[in-house]
Design a protein around this ligand. Structure first.
Ligand SMILES: *Cc1c(COP(=O)(O)O)cnc(C)c1O
Length: 426
């Protein structure tokens, strides 16, 4: 047998490499999002423009991220100023802006300590680690955490295991063990867990499920879990990644129930669009981590912390909590007036600027149709759980813009349902 010698390859073969097909711009981005065919290029307030100059009214805020809308002069100036001074230093050293932001979050929540990271799932990972170590510190070798049907906590292996959606989990098994799942707003189910599962150390839920279809934990339910957690020595961990930072008209959605969690992950809206995550903790939960237990390279860097501090201070100066509540009411009253008696509309729910309209049938095409809403402008809206039209507008939206958005959504929903109802052409 002769061995293939690379030198024996005919030089002619090297020259006859077939021409490569033209590469589609963007084709090297991994295919993880079924995204809409629009490239947004710039924004101002609650308006965005795409690369072709078409205008859109923002009813989504980048999924509850752009708290102050787009191009807010104070946020832009703060980010530019901080970028010129210091973007990143490292948690090897003390970070002044991190200390200031932790003080601010402690003051707003009435809680004690903060760990900073870069996203929602990271904040939730930190919460899960706090819960497990809290258990181990109490001699529980196999700590378990109660999670919920339809919950969404992120897409890392641990947070997708905590998530209550098989579509998010499928293909990524084996799931992380140590979770016990219960239905939302059913205190009996949780009392049952208390009887049957001695290893439980924490209850972990969203105050309002976002990806789960804008499903609120009821005020009485939150109060009841707080009492049960106190009685059992469990940590109450409330994921405020989507519903927190003023969106519902209070700083944190659980505050409507007059309770406090032990652990509260935050992210999306906290720095107005600059990536950040934070887990806020209280009492014993705040003392679980020591040096070496947790860490991150980027977390709590000066740029992100400065953006968060400016975002929080604009929320205060521009009274955006009251605005979110008021403008949310404006949108809701349009929906109740125009949609509550429409066949095919099952429910209108949410609080402040976190609103959902549940339809009887899947409506995934509404966001695409919304882009073409009128000749003058499109609408940015979203659908979650296949059947829930979701609105998460920037907190700076005013009444007039809110009415435009609400009337647009009403028209889209009515038109969509009317077409669904039409008998199919023979
Ligand atoms: C978006 C979201 C997350 C995950 O946040 P990422 O920044 O995408 O990792 C976690 N929990 C809730 C409630 C969310 O809405």
């Amino acid at each position: 047998m002769t061995r293939m010698n690379p030198i024996s390859v005919a030089p002619a073969a090297l020259q006859s490499v077939p021409p490569q097909p033209a590469v589609q711009p963007g084709s090297h981005v991994m295919n993880t999002y079924a995204n809409l065919p629009v490239h947004l290029a710039r924004g101002e307030g609650v308006w965005l423009w795409d690369e072709d100059g078409r205008k859109y009214l923002d009813g989504l805020a980048g999924i509850a991220v752009n708290t102050l809308g787009h191009g807010h002069p104070r946020l832009v100036a703060a980010i530019a100023d901080q970028a010129a001074k210091l973007i990143h230093s490292s948690n090897v050293y003390k970070v002044r802006l991190q200390e200031t932001l932790a003080d601010k979050l402690a003051a707003l929540s009435g809680m004690d300590k903060v760990f900073f990271c870069n996203s929602g799932l990271e904040a939730n990972e930190a919460a899960l680690k706090i819960a497990r170590k809290y258990g181990h510190d109490r001699g529980i070798a196999h700590p378990e955490i109660v999670v919920y049907d339809n919950a969404f906590h992120g897409r890392s292996i641990a947070t997708l295991s905590a998530t209550g959606n098989v579509k998010v989990q499928k293909g990524f098994e084996p799931l992380v063990p140590g979770f016990v799942r219960v239905p939302m707003n059913d205190i009996g189910a949780l009392e049952q867990v208390a009887v049957e599962r001695p290893g439980v150390v924490a209850v972990f839920l969203e105050a309002i499920q976002g990806e789960g279809g804008i499903t609120p934990a009821r005020v009485e339910y939150l109060k009841a879990i707080r009492a049960l957690c106190d009685q059992q020595g469990w940590l109450l961990m409330i994921d405020e990644v989507q519903c927190g930072i003023g969106r519902t008209g209070k700083w944190f959605a659980h505050q409507w129930a007059g309770i406090q969690p032990d652990v509260m992950p935050l992210a999306k809206g906290l720095a107005g669009g600059v990536p950040i995550g934070a887990v806020v903790a209280k009492g014993a939960a705040a003392e679980v981590f020591g040096p070496g237990n947790h860490g991150t390279t980027f977390g709590g860097n000066p740029l992100a912390c400065r953006a968060a501090l400016e975002t929080l201070s604009v929320i205060e100066d521009e009274h955006l909590l009251a605005n979110a509540e008021h403008v949310g009411q404006t949108i809701r009253s349009v929906f109740s007036r125009e949609l509550s008696s429409v066949a095919g509309v099952l429910d209108i729910r949410g609080r402040g600027l976190m609103l959902g309209i549940e339809l009887a049938c899947p409506c995934a095409e509404i966001p695409k149709r919304a882009l073409q809403y009128s000749a003058d402008y499109g609408l940015l809206v979203n659908v979650t759980q296949d059947r829930v039209v979701r609105l998460l507008p920037p907190l700076v939206m005013n009444d007039g813009e809110a009415t435009m958005l609400a009337e647009g959504v009403v028209a889209l929903v009515r038109e969509f349902l009317a077409q669904k109802a039409e008998p199919k052409a023979a």
